[in-house]
Design a protein around this ligand. Structure first.
Ligand code: NAD
Ligand code: UDP
Length: 319
């Protein structure tokens, strides 16, 4: 049995990861400051003797004894990471220093949840790990993009300078149950709008693309990559290779929910990447992994989740 720390463990990805790690027979410490995380996401785990919850902010030091660390703490949606951009940078940079310092002291292996945003508005398509990116250092998204880029640098430097065992995964757009209904992300927005027969808000003309990965595929990739030999550091892309325009996504969600919603076109936010699709050949070769869940299958489960949430009346007032 391994002892594993998940920072950001009460968030969307973190809560699924805690659940999966417990199911696989590990001791799990979930650390979160509850900025975007919710107790509801992990309440069903609290009675498990192998699960522990710590309220803490990773911009401050902490001393814990574990074998592995998954560093996920950081708001992921543009609305939330732009709410307090200085805090977003601090979480990424000071948080990485604190977690890496702890990993160094206790000789733990540490995985960083990086992002496709390190590629910015990409000049090459699809994006391979070797591509250095096209990121605006002074735009609205910079606190997140540059924060994550600096965190990657810190991870690599702690590895090269201090021999810390690191793993960097670059996660592409991920969706599934427990996404926050009010985080403004495209999948949750469109599903809620469609279920309520409200206008579907498309930013721009809807021709820009993303590649949507279902949560279960991501977890499998993260776990397999954590298990690779110590000299393998990444970065490795984890995402679904099938690319979809935002307008196509809207059409699909309208069809699958039998919605009467209509499309409403709004201005595209500044620095919104035009195209995004991972090249995952490195993950295929390294860990025999690819995202297998098709968009219809993943959306069906996600729509079911939001349908239940709406019926339960537990939606935030802001939505
Ligand atoms: P989320 O907002 O649901 O979860 C982030 C969690 O981190 C929340 O529980 C939040 O309360 C916690 N947190 C934030 N700042 C903290 C701090 N200073 N100290 C302690 N806890 C803190 O987001 P998510 O979608 O689950 O994303 C998890 C990680 O994966 C993030 O690092 C994100 O950048 C990365 N990622 C996510 C996606 C995606 O599509 N969801 C894509 C790329 C990368
Ligand atoms: N988007 C949209 N309507 C919405 C929410 C988002 O058209 O109601 C667009 C957004 O501009 C972006 C894409 O959908 O081009 C994905 O947005 P999201 O915030 O989910 O992820 P990210 O931009 O971080 O990839």
């Amino acid at each position: 049995m391994k002892s594993i720390l998940v920072t950001g463990g009460a968030g969307f990805i973190g809560s699924h990861l805690c659940e999966r790690l417990l199911r696989d027979g590990n001791e799990v410490i979930c650390l979160d400051n509850f900025f975007t995380g919710r107790k509801d996401n992990i309440i069903h785990l609290l009675d498990d003797h192998h699960f522990e919850l710590v309220r803490h902010d990773i911009t401050r030091e902490i001393f814990l004894e574990v074998d592995e660390i998954y560093n996920l703490a950081c708001p992921a949606s543009p609305i939330h990471y732009q709410y307090n951009p200085i805090k977003t940078v601090k979480t990424n940079v000071m948080g990485a220093v604190n977690m890496l310092g702890m990993a160094k002291r206790i000789k733990a292996k540490i995985l960083q949840a990086s992002t496709s945003e390190v590629y910015g508005d990409p000049g090459v398509h699809p994006q391979k790990e070797e591509y250095w990116g096209n990121v605006n250092p002074v735009g609205k998204r910079s606190c997140y993009d540059e924060g994550k880029r600096c965190a990657e640098t810190l991870f690599m430097d702690y590895h090269n300078q201090n021999g810390v065992k690191i793993k960097i995964v670059r996660i592409f757009n991920t969706y599934g149950p427990r996404m926050l209904p009010d985080d403004g992300r495209v999948v949750s927005n469109f599903i809620i709008q469609a279920l309520r027969n409200m206008d579907i808000t498309i930013y721009g003309d809807g021709s820009h693309t993303r590649s949507f990965q279902y949560i279960d595929d991501l977890l499998e990739g993260m776990l397999r990559f954590m298990g690779t030999p110590d000299d393998i550091t990444g970065p490795v892309n984890l995402g679904n290779e099938s690319e979809c325009s935002i307008k196509e996504l809207a059409g699909l969600i309208i069809e699958m929910t039998n919605s009467r919603s209509r499309l409403k076109f709004l201005p595209l936010p500044d620095n919104d990447p035009v195209r995004r699709r991972p090249d995952t050949s490195y993950a295929r070769q390294l860990i025999d992994w690819e995202a297998k869940t098709g968009i219809r299958e993943g959306l069906k489960k996600t729509i079911g989740y939001f349908d239940n949430l709406l019926a339960s009346g537990r939606m935030p007032r802001s939505v």
